[in-house]
Design a protein around this ligand. Sequence first.
Ligand code: LLP
Length: 419
Amino acid sequence: MDYFQLTDGAMQAEAVALERIAAEVGTPCYVYSAATLRRHAQVFQQALSGLDNPLIAFAVKANPNVAVLKLLGREGLGADVVSVGEMRRALAAGIPANRIVFSGVGKTADEMKAALEAGILQLNVESEPELRHLSAVATALGKTAEIAIRVNPDVDAGTHAKISTGKAENKFGVPLDRIEALYAEAAALPGIRPVGVAAHIGSQLLDLAPMQAAYEKLGALMGRLRAAGQSVTRVDLGGGLGIPYDPKLPLPPSPAEYGAMVSHVTKGWGVQLMFEPGRLIAGNAGVLLAQVILVKTGAAKSFVVLDAAMNDLIRPTLYGVYHDIRAVRPRDGEMRATVVGPVCETGDMFAEDRAITPVQEGDLICLMTAGAYGATMASTYNSRPLVPEVLVDGGHYSVIRRRQTLEELLELDQVPGWL
Ligand code: LLP
């Protein structure tokens, strides 16, 4: 459910016409709906309301804009971060340190130090060497790091191979059969206090069964750890719940169905549960607004060439995934077109030979469901500056990241004196 809808023949974000944003901010630009972000946060909270004091830590990687984080922080969400940069953003957005969890397979000593100095809630440790590094860093600072050990449960999430993280061959987490030894080592190490276990098996999951299987493995593991005399007070169940991208496909499981599954599996665990949703909160809260530069008839196909490209939204190029394409002011009828950007790569393609509403030169279109893993994965490939982000709230909007200028791009390069 989102708040991008047709009103009087043209698409609006809440009560603001996208044509107005295009005229005032320029295209391409990302447009987010505050009401949709709030709604998604509330729907997820509601779905978990039967649990005892869960912590919902928004996966900052999905949309790290500080204004977005501030809005979500106000809704009571914490932050799941994977770099010192993401941690800085969460703190800058006013998210309290005690609602921040730091994940990731390769935290540097500097990142560990920054996390401990900021006093964040928990670091999720993903390997034996990382645990030992963290112990050394914490001891040198005279601090104690509360940690969860991320388990690789060897479960097939049934999602795209590039966003599957819970199989034995993936780089993430520690194999299940080594957790008990590592937990005991953690309990004995200076500067470390193990508080629990974590898992995240992948993203855009369309089936609850693999998640349930992973959570059941965590539950059994927790029992074994406790039987061995360890204390387990928190379990982090990660993110990954899928969202609808293609209106023609069946809907993914709802947050309520997910919440019911979690309540059922974790009954009697006696821990604080943590969650790290990213896409579910932000995905359908954003669109990439673009303009048609021209429509070109090739030998075999018609091409709609947009001013947005793979550098602005890389998901279709990288994963071959579907983003719905809608005209901002739809015309009658239908056309078949391959929708591309101007970047010099054949893979710079948003849709191949797809039936869309007819568009002409100068028309505005939206690439839907671009609020998660959109702007954050952008690059300046082909020396195309990063595009603005706009946040709409009711009848008004603000630019929450301005367009990068060509001067800023050029400024980063340095030509040595010897040239
Ligand atoms: N927690 C951890 C440890 C993660 O690695 C991720 C995502 C999440 C939480 C959030 O997952 P979500 O709820 O958003 O599914 N760029 C890809 C997605 C990569 C996800 C990486 N990890 C895409 O555009 O589909």
